[in-house]
Design a protein around this ligand. Structure first.
Ligand code: SAM
Length: 220
């Protein structure tokens, strides 16, 4: 078993490397990464690998995303204090913790697998993260009770942009979502809802996510 101090040092090295590689550019995202290191959100047996810049297994046959991917999505999301935000695909709870740090408040996050809802809640509580509400459900339908959102971040790959997510964005809001094939190849889309309600989409290139399974995602 590795001690906390060693894990911390390895994690700080990863954060520095992401900066040197030019991937991590936002100082606030860097502070969030240092506040909530990835090793707090994986099972004990994977802690020693948490600094590696690649996805790792979490329960339910799912993954915690690679650090560079999380950084890219958070920087695109451009989260500011006070924003009303939704994450779809809670997984380990790590990305939700980072989002809560960046908005300095509440984050709603939806997960379809009950065992991951439990896993994320446990991780968040043990780490001492506040403000993250983990909800069991099909996030492809969004989460109407808290809509409209300034930002929606989807951490699973969809066949197309789910219509309810566009509807639940504020004018001026944006959605970050991987869209493409079921088998681990998608384009990372930044979907912006303009003030007049029209949609502008930017493509940020190829990514690999587990599928978004649900009514407006892939069928089981
Ligand atoms: N954001 C996570 C983290 O920080 O650990 C990583 C998420 S993992 C790549 C994708 C997650 O999306 C999985 O936990 C999966 O069960 C979940 N998922 C897939 N379809 C979903 C849906 N329709 N609604 C909610 N969660 C879904």
């Amino acid at each position: 078993m590795m001690r906390e101090g060693e894990l911390r040092k390895l994690w700080e090295r990863t954060v520095r490397r992401l900066e040197l590689e030019g991937i991590l550019r936002d100082e606030r995202v860097k502070e969030a990464l240092l506040k909530w290191p990835r090793y707090l959100f994986v099972e004990e047996r994977y802690r020693r690998y948490a600094h590696l810049d690649e996805p790792l297994p979490i329960p339910g046959g799912q993954t915690i995303s690679a650090p560079h991917m999380v950084v890219i999505m958070l920087q695109l999301a451009d989260l500011k204090p006070g924003m009303n935000v939704l994450e779809i695909g809670t997984g380990s709870g790590w990305n939700a913790a980072l989002m809560a740090e960046l908005v300095k408040g509440e984050v709603y996050t939806i997960e379809r697998l009950p065992e991951l809802v439990e896993f994320a809640r446990r991780n968040l509580e043990r780490a001492g993260v506040r403000g993250v509400h983990v909800i069991l459900g099909d996030g492809s339908k969004g989460f109407p009770p808290r809509a409209p959102y300034d930002r929606i971040v989807v951490t699973a790959g969809a066949p197309e942009v789910p219509r309810p997510l566009i509807e639940q964005l504020k004018p001026g809001g944006k959605l970050i979502i991987p869209v493409g094939s079921y088998h681990l190849w998608q384009d990372l889309l930044e979907v912006i809802k303009l003030e007049d309600g029209s949609i502008k989409t930017r493509n940020h290139g190829g990514v690999a996510f587990v599928p978004l399974i649900g009514e407006y995602g892939w069928r089981e």
